[in-house]
Structure formats: structure tokens, C-alpha cells
Design a protein around this ligand. Structure first.
Ligand SMILES: [Zn+2]
Ligand SMILES: [Zn+2]
Length: 87
């Protein structure tokens, strides 16, 4: 039996390879409202960074926000940008 090792390592829930901190199925708290959800359902400013997978979990854990808080923040940023353009 030749079972491919790579597929075994990838978590079926989040399609990431679990490291010593686990995979993206683990639950984290929203830093703004305290909502608890899986990492893959949360937003994090660091997620846009190419090094996301290499950033230690302890550095990510304080930056998670749920989608509601994230969208609120985005809207605020958009408003600020519009104001700047008017000036
Ligand atoms: Zn997972
Ligand atoms: Zn939140």
C-alpha cells in the first residue's frame, strides 16, 4: 500500500498543513467583540502577507477579528479615504 503522505498531512477541514500550533480549524477570539470562531472564518490583517504560514501563532492570535468587525473597520477606512479625496 502506497498512501501519499502529503495528503495525510493536509487537514480536510481547512486545507492547510497543521503545524505545532494546529491548523486553521482551531478557534480564536475576535479581538474587538470576543466572538469565537475558526481561524478560517476570521479575518486578520496579516493574512494578506505572504508569510502568513510562517508567522508564529502567538503573533497572529491577538489580531483576529470576526467578519462583522472586519467589515465595519473596512467601511470606516473607506470613509476616511473619501474624505481625503474631497480635500
Ligand atoms: Zn484544519
Ligand atoms: Zn468581532
Amino acid at each position: 500500500m502506497n498512501e501519499p503522505l502529503e495528503e495525510e498531512q493536509i487537514c480536510g477541514g481547512c486545507d492547510t498543513i497543521p503545524d505545532e500550533d494546529g491548523c486553521e480549524c482551531r478557534e480564536v477570539l475576535c479581538c474587538l467583540c470576543g466572538e469565537k470562531d475558526h481561524i478560517y472564518n476570521m479575518e486578520n490583517p496579516l493574512k494578506d502577507c505572504d508569510e502568513w504560514e510562517f508567522i508564529p501563532f502567538c503573533d497572529k492570535v491577538d489580531g483576529f477579528t470576526c467578519r462583522c468587525c472586519y467589515e465595519e473597520e473596512e467601511e470606516e477606512e473607506d470613509c476616511m479615504e473619501e474624505d481625503e479625496e474631497c480635500i
